[in-house]
Ligand binder design. Structure first.
Ligand code: ADP
Ligand code: MG
Ligand code: MG
Length: 244
């Protein structure tokens, strides 16, 4: 579903991604680990369509050239980026924001949009499945949320939008163990044969709870090593230095 070939990204004349290759198939969970400054966030930004980068190389998403799609089109086609620090947006009700996003996705797919009652039913169902209180969605987007609540909110958004590719960029940093479990249990519940995950993390900790199918090590803008979930353990004990 996602094929990345020789991806390079520059910002301010600085080369950050230096020829990155990666293939993600439907249903797979890939973890990208790497030291600070190796280009992990740049990769998630480039994939989700953030502006400001000069990008070369090839990124195929299903049969399309992902790099030609606008940020909204990527979201409509099933790419979801969970942020390291979710934005607080005062005045924006989470339910309304989410309903708008979901209906935009449905419209792009040619599916019938949900009315308020149908949407609420879906929210209740998904919140129930995740054992979250759906009241969290009637508050303003992330305003005054605890770290754990932001994560719950994000996971609930993910389950409602049902993305094909979810990118989690260091969503685990700064989380206490309870919030970490919310994220990992949520991701595990959303794993299916059609949904793929790219989990970016600096620490192995998250991968104790989410068992990835593949682990890649990103150093200095390139994937220098790939392996199974055992690679995460190896990195935890040996560090990145041995690989760079
Ligand atoms: P990581 O997420 O792995 O910590 P980033 O992708 O955030 O790494 O950053 C990779 C490198 O690119 C770092 O050296 C960082 O300072 C640099 N960088 C990131 N964004 C910018 C920017 N907007 N302008 C200049 N340099 C940047
Ligand atoms: Mg960083
Ligand atoms: Mg980062």
């Amino acid at each position: 579903m996602l094929t990345i070939k020789d991806l390079k990204a520059n910002i301010d004349n600085k080369e950050i991604l230096k020829g990155l290759n990666l293939e993600i198939k439907p249903g797979e969970v890939h973890a990208i680990m790497g030291p600070n400054g190796s280009g992990k966030s740049t990769l998630s930004n480039v994939l989700s369509g953030k502006k400001g980068y000069t990008v070369t190389g090839e990124v195929k998403y299903f049969n399309e050239n992902l790099l030609e799609l606008e940020i909204e089109e990527r979201a409509h086609k099933g790419i979801f980026l969970a942020f390291q620090y979710p934005l607080e947006i005062p005045g924006v009700n989470t339910n309304i924001f989410l309903k708008t996003s979901l209906n935009a996705i449905k419209k792009a797919k040619g599916e019938k949009e949900l009315d308020a009652i149908e949407f609420l039913k879906l929210v209740k169902q998904k919140a129930g499945e995740l054992k979250f209180d759906e009241k969290i969605l009637s508050r303003q987007l992330n305003v005054g949320f605890s770290g754990g609540e932001k994560k719950k909110n994000e996971i609930l958004q993910m389950s409602i939008l049902n993305p094909k590719l979810s990118i989690l960029d260091e969503t685990d940093s700064g989380l206490d163990i309870d919030a970490l479990k919310i994220v990992s249990e949520g991701v595990n519940a959303l794993r299916s044969k059609d949904s793929s995950f790219l989990i970016i993390t600096h620490y192995q900790r998250l991968l104790d709870y989410i068992k990835p199918d593949f682990v890649h090590v990103l150093i200095n803008g390139q994937i220098v090593k790939s392996g199974g979930s055992e690679l995460a353990m190896e990195l935890e004990s040996k560090g990145y230095e041995t690989l760079s």
